[in-house]
Design a protein around this ligand. Structure first.
Ligand SMILES: *Cc1c(COP(=O)(O)O)cnc(C)c1O
Length: 386
């Protein structure tokens, strides 16, 4: 029995070995470990790819979110941090860091329910939230699992109420909306290059994208201790630079990103064809055709009905298939957000999702291989027993 992992990073490395080894070798030659030439080159390459005016490397996706929010506080309020009375709308069904970054920027997160088909923010509830909650200053849509949120409505609301939009693009490198790349749509995009993301480095890394030169300048200062000159700074800063070595690896991997995203889409299509008739699970809803976009399937996440999610996960594990639950706990349920956040009404759909979602392997190099058919056969036979 061969085992099937969620991702096979070793295999991906073997696939790109000559490019990555050469990139690392080049760094060993120049020894410019802090903000070396690869950082600038990656920033320019990603900016070109996104068609965004500016990209700034950061030490992680989490720091990219914090840097973006801090820059917005400085730009919009003329102060280092937001106030607690400043509210930022986001989803409770995301990685901890989305909400944590809001707290670290001084603002208060307001959690709004998701739309059950895509698991992304329910934009009608976002609209309700803006009407009901005083002090909303911005929205952080999270493009969950690689699918861009319904940005038309979000941008319209933002414009009407003078709110900023920070896209959490940690799971959606290369995804599009109306032909625009995620991260180039709002005021700021925050990317993660955590190794398991669809563009992942060999350690932590992240990036901030923006079309606003003033925001790009502020982010650049904040991540280098808060000033243009680190020996004489203007703002409360961080040491949150992207490593040269990570930038070198990411530049090498950038060459494969479109191919890998296409492979992910093929795997999703194959899952869809093989699992579409089962009554026990619900396939992920791809609404990108409605906004001329592309889903990059950072995750392929099914909903398992009748309270049987954990049972299916156990069954697959016993048969050598790894799966993951993204996410098992809503942000509004975590201790860190108690007394520090608000929830719009009840987040019923998010509460349901937590108990039903299961992410299946989508290793791009499984394309054309036996893995997806094997997983689907297991799910089909599990579905028929009982
Ligand atoms: C991974 C992730 C982050 C944080 O990125 P790190 O690089 O791990 O700090 C933020 N938001 C979402 C939705 C993520 O998936």
């Amino acid at each position: 029995m061969t085992s099937i992992p969620m991702l096979d990073l070793r295999r991906e490395y073997e696939y790109m070995k000559s490019d990555i080894d050469a990139a690392i070798q080049k760094c060993l030659g120049h020894q410019k470990w802090i903000l070396g030439p690869e950082v600038k080159e990656l920033e320019q390459t990603v900016a070109g790819y996104l068609n965004a005016k500016f990209c700034v490397g950061a030490s992680s996706g989490t720091e990219a979110l914090v840097l973006g929010l801090r820059a917005l506080a400085i730009q919009r309020k003329g102060q280092e941090y937001f106030d607690k009375t400043d509210k930022i709308i986001t989803t409770p069904f995301t990685f901890t860091a989305t909400g944590d970054a809001i707290l670290r920027s001084g603002a208060t997160p307001v959690f709004v329910d998701i739309e059950p088909g895509t698991y992304n923010l329910d934009v009608n509830k976002v609209e309700e939230c803006i009407k009901q909650v005083k002090g909303v200053v911005g929205i952080i849509p999270v493009h969950l699992y690689g699918q861009v949120c319904d940005m038309g409505k979000i941008l319209e609301l933002a414009q009407r109420h003078h709110l900023f939009v920070v896209e959490d693009v940690a799971q959606a490198f290369g995804a599009t909306w109306q032909g625009k790349k995620a991260g180039s749509i709002g005021d700021i995009g925050a990317f993660s290059f955590f190794p398991s993301k669809n563009l992942g480095g060999f350690g932590d890394g992240g990036m901030v994208s923006t079309n606003d030169p003033a925001l790009a300048d502020l982010v650049t200062m904040l991540l280098k201790h808060g000033g243009k000159d680190k020996y004489n700074v203007d703002h409360i800063g961080y040491n949150a630079r992207l490593d040269t070595l990570q930038a070198a690896v990411l530049l090498a991997k950038m060459k494969f990103i479109d191919e890998f995203n296409r492979n992910r889409q093929k795997l999703a299509g194959e899952y869809g064809r093989r699992l579409g008739d089962l009554k026990t699970i619900v396939l992920p809803k791809n609404i990108t055709a409605s906004f001329q976009g592309e889903h990059v399937y950072h995750q392929f996440t099914v909903r398992v009905l009748n309270g049987r999610r954990d049972e299916l996960q156990r069954y697959l594990k016993e048969n050598g298939v790894d799966t993951m639950v993204y996410y098992p706990v809503l942000l509004n349920r975590m201790k860190v957000f108690q007394g520090r956040s608000e929830v719009l009404q009840n987040v019923t759909e998010a509460e349901k999702a937590v108990n039903e979602v299961l992410s299946l392997p989508v290793e791009p190099l499984f394309s054309g291989g036996p893995e997806i058919p094997q997983i689907c056969d297991l799910i089909t036979s599990w579905s028929k027993k009982s």
